[in-house]
Design a protein around this ligand. Structure first.
Ligand SMILES: [Mn+2]
Length: 446
């Protein structure tokens, strides 16, 4: 009976179990950790290692037939040896268990000089059994206990991968993208033609797909290097498209499944709201199933409080710092206060309230009161002609005194030449005061 089952599983409909993870970025985000006195290591490195260990534990416990890593192992191509070692000691467990593994090269793994992924190519150089480094567009036929599988590796593409300098001379970024897409389409077509049609196939790519979303449902792709058109991936010859690069888990397509597992740990505050995890795949010709498996990673919490209207600012602030929000989290406290409230907030009290956090930063933002005040003379109930409104506004802006006469003159010129909607314009000048907006720059981390 056992023999019969085994031969069935090797038929053209055989199922291959895969663990797909991506964007490990081991060694990044140290500013959100502290030194563990017991080990001398940054606690964020320890977090990343513990999380990677959970992924590998699962791969071994299943056990899966294949592990696919979607790229970006480290923050750059030359990680310090102790970080490389932490990464290697986890992946080594797969080699020991004879689980074939594909390590794809992401943009962070590429050395700025020369070809190939400097940080991952060592695995090929060492000839680690069952390990494949995907640093070029190539098809790998991999034997697993459940049958053969084809994996096309598509590492991060730069314009120098498929184009020469004369090819791109004088072209805009959009035109270069277009040319790169064309070249890639041809090269990929060549790989696809050589596929064995009955063997399940995965495309493993580190790329920005043009329909990928980020954070608050904004399109990510705009103006950030090469983006891969979705149409290139959504093809019946692929039974699963395993992606890396975007840190937010998302499923771009169900037939075939096109999936970003996202990063395994939060790299910074831009990932505060995102679930982290990996994907378990049951790969089968035209019938692939997959499941996102969340990882219990350290929470990041931004706590933002406006104290400018508070009668007891410190009490309000401390009240917001609930222990369950703080405990073991990476906390970023931002509070807005008025200059006259400075003495009412004791820093020691804040430090006490935040003591159970893993780490924390406090960002007090002084709200300038002149910036918030509306000029009573410019209230909507007062009918002023546009020039009068501008003059009133300018008399309240000491910083613009030097150019007051010029502004008025320019305004007068505009009024006599144009039918500008001047009252609106004047209002928007009044309202266009600087408002501080704390923000993380997000794209740099991909
Ligand atoms: Mn990347």
């Amino acid at each position: 009976m056992r023999v019969v089952l085994r031969s069935l599983s090797r038929s053209p409909l055989h199922m291959i179990k895969i663990l797909h993870l991506s964007d490990i970025h081991m060694g990044s985000g140290f500013s959100h950790g502290r030194i563990n006195p017991a080990t001398g290591l940054n606690t964020r490195l320890e977090d990343f290692v513990a999380t990677l260990k959970r992924c590998i534990d699962r791969a071994l416990a299943e056990p899966v037939d294949l592990v696919l890593f979607g790229g970006d192992a480290f923050p750059d191509a030359t990680p310090p040896p102790y970080v490389q070692q932490a990464f290697a000691s986890q992946f080594r467990r797969l080699a020991d268990a004879n689980i074939p593994t594909v390590l794809l090269v992401g943009n962070h793994d590429q050395h700025s000089q020369g070809e190939g992924g400097a940080s991952l190519c060592i695995y090929r150089t060492l000839g680690v059994p069952g390990f494949i480094v995907g640093d070029r567009l190539e098809t790998h036929r991999i034997q697993t206990p459940s049958g053969d599988v084809q994996v096309i590796t598509l590492p991060w593409l730069t314009r120098s991968t498929l184009l020469t300098r004369p090819d791109t001379e004088g072209l805009s970024m959009g035109e270069v993208n277009h040319l790169l897409s064309d070249r890639l389409r041809v090269a990929l077509e060549g790989e696809i033609r050589r596929l064995e049609p009955t063997v399940p196939t995965v495309l493993l790519a580190h790329a920005m797909i043009d329909t990928a979303l980020f954070g608050a449902e904004r399109f990510l792709a705009v103006g950030k290097g090469f983006t891969l058109p979705m149409a290139l991936l959504a093809r019946p010859c692929f039974d699963y498209v395993a992606l890396g690069h975007v840190h937010r888990h998302q499923v771009l397509c169900n037939q075939p499944p096109i999936v970003y597992p996202g990063s395994i740990e939060r790299v910074d505050f831009s990932e505060e709201q995102e679930d982290k995890g990996y994907v378990l795949v049951e790969l089968q010709r035209e019938h692939t199933q997959f499941e996102f498996c969340p990882l219990p990673v350290r929470p990041f919490r931004t706590i933002e409080v406006d104290l400018t209207e508070a009668k007891e600012p410190e009490a309000k602030l401390l009240n917001t710092l609930q222990p369950e929000l703080i405990q073991d989290a990476v906390v970023r406290l931002i509070y807005y206060f008025r200059a006259d409230q400075v003495d009412q907030i004791q820093p020691n009290r804040l430090h006490e309230a935040l003591a159970t956090a893993h780490t924390y930063t406090i960002q007090p933002e002084l709200v300038s009161q002149t910036a918030r005040t509306r000029l009573p003379e410019l209230d909507v109930s007062n009918q002023l002609d546009p020039l009068e409104a501008l003059r009133t506004y300018l008399t309240n802006r000491e910083d613009l005194q030097d150019i007051e006469a010029d502004i008025l003159q320019a305004a007068q010129g505009l009024l006599t030449h144009e039918t500008v909607e001047f009252p609106d314009f004047a209002k928007s000048v009044v309202e266009a005061e600087p408002v501080s907006e704390p923000q993380d720059t997000q794209l740099k981390l991909l």
